[in-house]
Ligand binder design. Structure first.
Ligand SMILES: Nc1nc2c(ncn2[C@@H]2O[C@H](COP(=O)(O)OP(=O)(O)OP(=O)(O)O)[C@@H](O)[C@H]2O)c(=O)[nH]1
Ligand SMILES: [Mg+2]
Length: 397
């Protein structure tokens, strides 16, 4: 499957850059192309120049905002981000039109952080704009959720997140959620290492996009996961995860209820990889809330058999009984068995409901701040009411 990836704002741009890196890797390691075009859009010039892999010309690193922001971002005001995207939308469309292999594109992926200004405000606008222009291609969003410390510190971030998510939900064909806080669980030092988090956000897409693009028979699975399967699966709130189990190392299975000893070593590895994919999902959610799911099992050909497939399929079906489950195999990997998993059409996402509740609580507070600010202005105006104003007109004519 091939994406055009468009990153909005600082976070979105960096993640789009990471997709461009991944595409290079796919080309050199596997001779397949998975990204037909990668773009970064921002109101902040410095953020754009900090990218590494997206082409550095103005049609791939697109600066919006002009006089409104003078190249310095919108300072968290996502309404301004939205306005600038509406005005500058043509620049983005022109850039996409110039994509050389655009005709090969299966779908769009628009990436942004929900809590910032530029990305948060422009995500729904750009998604809608592209949907209107390219009616035959699905448009997916990837929204990055803020860290907990940001949520607690800033009402504006909560407001941005809530408004961005609600708006993008109405236009995107599906929204992947990636919760920054999730990536700190195993390694809290990542808080200051956005690059490492971005790599983790992007990595699960690698096999999923590559699998359907392979041309050599030895790398083509018995059941290929192609763009059609992925498009059929995706809708509404979605999450993606990846888990691997090394061939030489066999850990004790996490779930004790099953009698793992009776299973073959291959099946065991498959189940372990599935367990890890479930616990590494980009969003904290309950699999039973998923209405659709897809998994891709990737391993050396001899490690894969119908048994493994059936077992991990049964396992997922138990956990996600309401989901239509699609699946495929990808005989590529060396030295490990791994599983890529998407849970989609989630009917309940507590993380999102939390934002709406928090917002409801903070609305009166934000109103109060605005009123206070206005009162101060008024007081200031009253205070100098008696002061005469210097004549501002010239006396030449
Ligand atoms: N995962 C990840 N999160 C990021 C990155 N950069 C910023 N964030 C998060 O994104 C949110 C802020 O959004 P930004 O992308 O910086 O904001 P912006 O869209 O550039 O908007 P303005 O700077 O306000 O114009 C916060 O929740 C940050 O934690 C990044 O590179 N990776
Ligand atoms: Mg910025």
């Amino acid at each position: 499957m091939k994406f055009v990836v468009i990153g909005l704002g600082q976070c979105g741009g960096r993640i789009a850059d990471e997709f461009a890196v991944m595409n290079r890797r796919a080309q050199s390691e596997r001779r397949v192309r998975i990204i037909t075009g990668a773009y970064a859009v921002n109101t902040d010039e410095a953020d754009l120049s900090g990218l590494t892999t997206i082409s550095s010309d103005y049609q791939h690193r697109i600066l919006l905002g002009g006089r409104k922001t003078t190249g310095h971002g919108v300072g968290k005001i996502n309404e301004l981000g939205a306005e600038i995207a509406r005005e500058g939308g043509d620049k983005i469309i022109d850039a996409i039109r110039a994509t050389k292999r655009f005709y090969e594109t299966d779908a769009f992926l628009i990436v942004a952080a929900a809590a910032g200004g530029t990305g948060s405000g422009s995500l729904p606008i750009v998604t809608q704009l592209i949907k209107e222009r390219y009616r035959d291609k699905p448009v997916y969003a990837l929204a990055v959720l803020p860290f907990e410390h940001e949520v607690n510190a800033e009402a504006r971030g909560v407001y941005n997140t809530a408004t961005c998510l609600k708006s993008v939900y109405q236009v995107a064909d599906a929204i992947f959620l990636a919760d920054n806080q999730r990536y700190l669980r195993k390694d809290s030092s990542l808080k200051n290492n956005m690059d490492a988090i971005n790599k983790q956000i992007v990595a699960p897409f690698y096999n999923l996009l590559c699998a359907g693009e392979e041309k050599k028979r030895q790398y083509i699975g018995a059941r290929v996961v192609d763009a059609g399967d992925i498009i059929q699966t995706l809708g509404g709130w979605s999450t993606i995860g990846f888990g691997a189990s090394a061939l030489e190392r066999l850990k004790v299975p996490i779930e004790k209820k099953r009698d793992f000893r009776k299973k073959g070593a291959e099946t065991l590895r498959g189940l372990q990889a599935m367990d890890e994919a479930l616990s590494e999902l980009s969003l904290d959610c309950r699999p039973e809330d998923a209405r659709s799911a897809i998994y891709l099992l990737s391993a050396p050909a001899k490690e894969m058999n119908m048994d493994v497939f059936k077992e991990i399929g049964d396992y997922l079906r138990e956990l996600a009984p309401h989901a239509t489950i699609r699946s495929g195999d990808y005989p590529r990997q060396r030295g490990e068995v791994n599983v890529t998993l998407i849970l989609s059409n989630l009917s309940d996402v507590s993380r999102i409901t939390e934002f709406y509740y928090q917002l409801r609580e903070s609305v009166p507070m934000m109103k109060k701040w605005e009123e206070e600010a206005e009162a101060k202005f008024r007081a200031l105006e009253e205070a100098w009411e008696e002061v005469p104003v210097l004549s501002l007109k010239g006396n030449h004519g």
